[in-house]
Design a protein around this ligand. Sequence first.
Ligand SMILES: Cc1ncc(COP(=O)(O)O)c(C=O)c1O
Length: 417
Amino acid sequence: MTSSLALFGGTPVISEADPHFSWPPLTDATAGAVLDQLRDGISIYNRSGVIAELEDALQRYFGVQYAVLTSSGTAALYSMYAACGIGPGDEVIVPAYTFFATVTPLLHLGATPVLADCDANGNLDPHDLPRRITDRTKAIVVTHMWGMPAQIQSLKQLVDTYGLRLLEDASHAHGASVAGKKVGTFGRAAAFSMNGPKPLSAGEGGFVLTDDDEVYHRVLLHGQYNKRCRSGIPADSALHRYAVTGMGLKHRIHPLAAAIALEQLSRLDDYLDGRQRIAEHIAEELGELPGVTMPGHEQGVRSSWYGFTMQYDGDSFDDVPVERFHAALLAEGCVELDRPGSTCPLNLLPLFQEPGPLFPAFTGKLAYGPGDYPRAEQIHHATLKLPVWHQEQDLPIVDRYIEAIRKVTEHHTELKG
Ligand SMILES: Cc1ncc(COP(=O)(O)O)c(C=O)c1O
């Protein structure tokens, strides 16, 4: 039998040269902003120039009192946890399904991450939380996976009931919102990454948001020193005397990165509106396909569409494994269709199974293993992820991807065996 599938020698649907998606959109305005900054200065020690401009712009955009830029999202998370007083002996409930950097800073602080399973969107499942709470639980951390806000109202109710802190890793979800309130403003503090593909990109960078004076001062002390801390921490604060050294770490963002992000931020909402239109188009076109579930989307919830995640159901495809279905799509030219790798349930990673060799001083109990988080593992295994384009002129390539997915679906029986 001959097959029209490209995997078996048929003509691929997509012949356009790749990449088919790139992010962030770098325009003449971005290049101009970087060149201006290059002339203006490439080291900024205090809260001035592009650093102050971007922090002010972030404060306005999110409607929060403080934003502190950092060199990465990982640094932002580390500073946020340290500033919230998390340390040895504390337990922090975290999503089993997230990027590992949501959690690794906790190990450096000596706290024990307690993994919880996820809901159908891959986000922290509020129903799985109560049984994880102990008298050592200090905080709950939520990630908004692939830009889709977590069940934040239920999570907030839970933390209030149990007297805990809610912290957000909003690294996928710049500009996403629930009932008009932006993700990153629901807890005591939030950390964001601005690395390459993030909805708001600086190339490399991150930031912490908070409305809390003490958290703000401690975030400063964790990654800044001298001028920045002396001016940011009031002289009558007990913490002011540490301003010269801070905690001795340095998490400053590069001014050129800040210039890129400042320029991107002015267009973020337009990008997100464009992504929303294209995500709706994909969901409409593929929504009727049996065996491929579109991302859930509730009323009043705005995603940043960092990724468009579909769930593959092998039962509807005569048990064709997802790996083979994906391989068939890659052969059709869908090079941007991804099965996430390093972003996976943390219990599958050696660091969370046996941290001892890398963290000899860690005294907490951490010995997760495969099978511990069935929902997260199942969702991770079944996820096929597309990037979300944002412009009208992207529609032709988007439609080619839709055509390729339809083709492989229609011919799936040829993938058996
Ligand atoms: C959810 C999440 N948290 C944290 C990070 C770490 O951010 P960075 O790479 O800027 O350190 C990432 C990076 O991909 C991420 O996806």
